[in-house]
Design a protein around this ligand. Structure first.
Ligand code: ADP
Ligand code: MG
Length: 295
């Protein structure tokens, strides 16, 4: 049964765009000492755009063909990076090239693979296509792109690197303030991301987050949540993606962004309807106050 005080806290939160799926979560939120935050789509808008493209055209394919091929493959993926690359590709090729993609496969936390005209394509992060070759391909540009907080996506055709796209996602307007409020309240923010170390560092710095875990595979997010639980005892996790659902379920309080995927919304204990992270701190205050009244 739910007490009138809890009920009033829930309706109070709802008016501010924070949805609780039950009274117990209001109580749990008041004990949270650390909060894990997914990067893409949570701290950032999750709508990256291609800012740079580099090619190597000495394998019998020109820039237009490579751009068209990568766009056609990514068109079959729902990943935010894939959608950005597809949009960029469409704009660049202006319908000049029609490409048939076969056997497209998602490699979770890494990228995608597919076949086009007998060639095997692999598209994804540096580790996925071979980190050393990827670094060499970019030369001096790599560290510059990463320092700008950009994510790099490589394309390999039949074992040869043929292109790299750099993408920039923007941090949400409310992120910095939200992180500051959490820290002021003594709640430790920790960023979790599948992105590489240097990009992760740049985004964490921009958000004001001191602790981050980069190169985090979707299945590893749960392990990190468990580790954070043993360190801080009560933790929350905020996420938006299908990938985040198991981690949301493993935290004491799972929080989903309102514009997140259905699976994240279903798994979470609490939903930020307006995608506004700064509502979390107000809600923690609200829940602590309620606890004092009840006890
Ligand atoms: P995040 O935790 O940042 O949301 P993911 O776990 O979804 O990231 O993916 C981790 C990394 O794998 C991405 O930063 C990207 O480099 C690569 N990746 C995943 N899916 C794709 C894709 N469809 N196309 C290109 N790269 C991808
Ligand atoms: Mg995400």
């Amino acid at each position: 049964s739910i007490t009138p005080a809890t009920l009033s806290a829930i309706s109070n939160a709802a008016r501010k765009g924070v949805l609780f799926k039950g009274g117990v979560h209001v109580e749990n939120l008041s004990h949270v000492k650390a909060i894990a935050l997914d990067k893409t789509g949570t701290l950032t808008k999750g709508k990256p755009e291609v800012t740079d493209a580099h090619f190597k055209t000495d394998h019998g394919m020109d820039e237009v063909y490579i751009t068209a091929a990568v766009g056609a493959i990514e068109n079959e993926s729902t990943h935010p990076l894939a959608q950005a690359i597809t949009a960029y590709s469409r704009k660049q090729i202006e319908g000049k090239t029609e490409i048939e993609v076969q056997n497209m496969k998602n490699v979770s936390g890494n990228g995608v693979t597919a076949m086009i005209e007998g060639r095997k394509w692999e598209i994804g992060k540096p580790e996925f296509v071979g980190k050393e070759k990827a670094e060499a391909f970019l030369g001096g540009v790599a560290s510059e792109l990463a320092a700008q907080g950009k994510t790099v996506v490589f394309a390999k055709a039949d074992e040869e690197l043929v292109s790299v796209f750099a993408l920039k996602d923007t941090i949400r307007q409310t992120t910095k303030e939200a992180i500051k409020q959490l820290k002021d309240k003594g709640i430790v923010p920790v960023m979790l991301t599948g992105d590489n170390e240097r990009t992760a560092k740049a985004v964490a710095e921009e958000a004001g987050i001191d602790q981050y875990i980069a190169n985090c595979l979707p299945e590893e997010k749960v392990e990190h949540i468990k580790a954070l639980r043993s360190k801080y005892k009560n933790i929350a996790m905020v996420g938006d993606g299908i990938n985040d659902a198991p981690a949301l379920a493993s935290a004491n309080v799972g929080i989903a962004m309102g514009e997140g995927t259905d699976v994240a919304l279903e798994t979470a204990d609490m939903v930020l309807m307006k995608n506004d992270l700064s509502r979390i701190t107000n809600t923690v205050t609200l829940s602590s106050r309620l606890n004092r009244i009840v006890k």
